[in-house]
Ligand binder design. Structure first.
Ligand SMILES: NC(=O)C1=CN([C@@H]2O[C@H](COP(=O)(O)OP(=O)(O)OC[C@H]3O[C@@H](n4cnc5c(N)ncnc54)[C@H](O)[C@@H]3O)[C@@H](O)[C@H]2O)C=CC1
Ligand SMILES: O=C(CO)COP(=O)(O)O
Length: 340
């Protein structure tokens, strides 16, 4: 277990995780880049923009000064959007100690390079690659973790002892952490479920029903698994918390920003307006772009991702996207479909 933790990013997830870690009696620093915002949440002990109604314990030190936030740390938790992970990795490099453990909690790919986020961290922080980097994923909306509703997640790393150290650090009576050695699968599952949540939201926004939602989740899992297997993931991971677990919660919960954005897009609101009004990161948008490119690169069929891409980036009407999905050539379920 690690006792001194710095959480980088005071959005919904960083704030919830800092609160969870502090509830265990750990020494927690919470960093955000905006000094005025930091001063406000330090004064009010609440983060009204990203996690309203949740009291931030006095014990958490909140600051906008990165060297100060990292002065005494054993573990760094990254809770910034996926497209900022490289920038943050560069910024923290001078302040790391040889023992620093890094836990990424963002879900996505870097769109420019199509890399998984642990690969981005490995590029920027090669000394820490392998033995000191882990990933926390699984069905865990910040709003529910912050009020201590029972939650189960998964931590993945290349080494079991790294995963277990992170597991011990985060585990509480209301936050159950499993380990998983399939880092590739856990990262791919956590990133891609956001595309399906956008698509399911669009279907809800169009007024379609529970049958449609179930179809989206199930066929979504099939295409996530298909891409994952080609990229080296293990099939079993997609049946676990990072796979079907996170897919179910994100496609059905009103806490999900991806689902909520999808609903508004399905209702016909302009995409730019929907995203700017959300005021929080909707990771599925950049992940759709990345997965679309990855699927083409490796030659994998991802029909829901393709149609979500068409709606988000090519101006296709949501209702036409559903028609395209329903009128695809007939096919079959099962092991064979995983090959193509
Ligand atoms: N909110 C949730 O329930 C969960 C979120 N996640 C993942 O955690 C990541 C962060 O999500 P949220 O906290 O929900 O997002 P958010 O939109 O609530 O907050 C993001 C925070 O990161 C900050 N930020 C953005 N770019 C930055 C940069 N370059 N440097 C420093 N700070 C920067 C923003 O100012 C904001 O405070 C995402 O990848 C998300 O998928 C994972 C599990 C649960
Ligand atoms: O990853 C999440 C829950 O596990 C959060 O999903 P949203 O980003 O869609 O809110």
């Amino acid at each position: 277990m690690m006792n001194h933790i710095t959480v980088l990013g005071a959005g919904s997830w960083g704030t919830a995780l800092a609160t969870l870690l502090a509830s265990k009696g750990l020494a927690v620093n919470l960093w955000a880049r905006d000094a005025k915002f930091c001063a406000e949440i330090a004064r009010d002990r609440e983060n009204p923009r990203y996690l309203p109604g949740i009291k931030i314990p006095q014990e958490i030190k909140i600051c906008a000064d990165l060297p100060q936030a990292l002065k005494k740390h054993q573990m760094i938790v990254l809770s910034v959007p996926s497209q900022s992970v490289r920038e943050i990795a560069k910024a923290i490099k001078p302040y790391l100690s040889p023992e620093t453990m890094i836990v990424n909690t963002a879900k996505g790919f870097e769109t420019e390079t199509l890399l998984r986020l642990s690969q981005v961290l490995c590029e920027e922080l090669p000394t820490y690659c392998g033995e000191q980097i882990g990933v926390l994923s699984g069905p865990s909306h910040a709003e529910e973790v912050a009020v201590r509703l029972p939650t189960a997640v998964v931590v993945a790393a290349n080494h079991q002892d790294v995963a277990e150290t992170i597991q011990d650090t985060f585990m509480t009576p209301f936050f159950r952490v499993y380990t998983n050695m399939d880092l590739v699968g856990v990262e791919i599952a956590g990133a891609l479920k956001n595309i399906i949540a956008l698509g399911t939201g669009i279907s809800d926004g169009l007024g379609y029903g529970d049958n449609t939602k179930a179809a989206m989740i199930t066929r979504g899992l099939a295409e996530i698994t298909r891409l994952g297997l080609i990229l080296g993931a293990e099939a079993q991971t997609f049946a676990g918390l990072a796979g079907i677990g996170d897919l179910v919660v994100t496609c059905t919960s009103m806490h999900s920003r991806n689902r909520r954005a999808g609903i508004q897009i399905g209702q016909g609101h302009p995409i730019d307006q929907v995203l700017s009004k959300m005021g929080m990161v909707v990771e599925g948008v950049s992940t759709t772009r990345a997965a679309h490119a990855l699927a083409r690169k490796v030659g994998v069929s991802m029909p829901i991702t393709e149609e979500t891409y068409q709606v988000l980036f090519e101006g296709k009407e949501p209702v036409e996207a559903v028609t395209s999905l329903m009128s695809r050539c007939k096919t079959h379920e099962g092991e064979k479909e995983m090959l193509g």
